[in-house]
Design a binder for this molecule. Structure first.
Ligand SMILES: NC(=O)NCCC[C@H](N)C(=O)O
Length: 285
């Protein structure tokens, strides 16, 4: 993997964290996607799909790997470890006991890799980059989803801790329980999103802050295929599946769509974006 060694050369290759699905399975139900899939995943298929995602991401970014832990089947969804901003890492506080065991592993990985651990006050839930996404058009602007997993109270705390603007948006459809299942800021200020997942004030906030020409609303079929759960690296958009109409819309905006089938992970309620976490969120960029 190419590492920049000279301090004179600015690093431009994105860096993401992934965690192999060695212990991935659906063994409990904490979102509607999991309901019909308990013990219905195959580890070989999950591994093949995850490998394909890692290989695709690796063509456009450096991938760091977090060791998986037995008994924590959702740990592959690294987006939920916490929120990275510059050198700061705000660890998640998971709503459900089933995922709380991940917290110690995540703190440990980020501390060992030189991040400053910045804790939210106790007593509030927050599920990291699953519910907290930086705008790609306006610097230091974070969109934060709440209503299912993260508490709205985390928004002012993140603003204070990281000295950023935080725009809270309430999620209204339990199928889209994390912001990254229905909302994806893209390069140059574009926004891929499913309007049906938000309550009216949240939609109004989105429409006030993102000009119409930059909004790319998706239909329900694409949303259910996790098209908004996309990894955007430069002009490349990596996602599970996109309809012809969505592909055309993204291409017209200058993006190149790359599909990687991730249906084994959708049984657990996640796809491309949830399986990665950006480690290089640059303040001011
Ligand atoms: N949407 C995400 O950011 N992550 C997917 C998490 C899936 C996991 N089964 C969960 O319900 O927490």
């Amino acid at each position: 993997m190419a590492e920049t060694t000279s301090p004179m050369i600015e690093r431009t290759v994105p860096r993401l964290l992934m965690c192999a699905p060695t212990f991935f399975e659906v063994s409990y139900v904490i979102n509607p996607w999991m309901t019909d899939h308990v013990h219905d995943t195959t580890s070989e298929r999950a591994r093949r799909q995850w490998d394909a995602l890692r290989d695709t991401v690796s063509r456009h970014a450096d991938v760091a790997l977090q060791p998986p832990a037995e008994g924590l089947p959702d740990m592959s969804f690294t987006a939920n470890a916490g929120l990275v901003f510059g050198n700061a890492f705000v660890p998640s506080r998971f709503r459900y006991a089933e995922r709380q065991g991940e917290e110690a592993h995540d703190r440990d990985w980020f501390a060992r890799h030189g991040f400053d651990i910045v804790d939210l006050p106790e007593g509030m839930f927050f599920e990291g980059a699953g519910d907290a996404l930086f705008d790609r058009g306006v610097a230091r602007r974070l969109w934060m989803g709440h209503g299912h997993r993260s508490d709205a109270e985390a928004a002012p705390e993140l603003a204070r801790l990281l000295d950023i603007e935080v725009l809270p948006v309430k999620l209204s459809d339990p199928r889209f329980y994390h912001l990254d299942t229905c909302f994806c800021p893209l390069a140059n200020g574009y926004l891929l999103y499913f309007p049906g997942a938000f309550d009216p004030p949240a939609l109004a906030l989105i429409e006030t802050h993102v000009p119409p020409g930059l909004r790319i609303p998706v239909r329900e079929r694409d949303a259910l295929d996790f098209a908004c759960n996309a990894v955007n690296l430069g002009r490349v958009v990596i996602l599970n599946r996109a309809s012809g109409a969505l592909r055309e819309r993204l291409e017209a905006a200058g993006f190149m769509v790359v599909e990687v089938a991730l249906d084994e992970f959708i049984k657990s309620g996640g796809a491309a974006k949830c399986l990665t976490l950006r480690l290089d969120e640059i303040p001011g960029a």
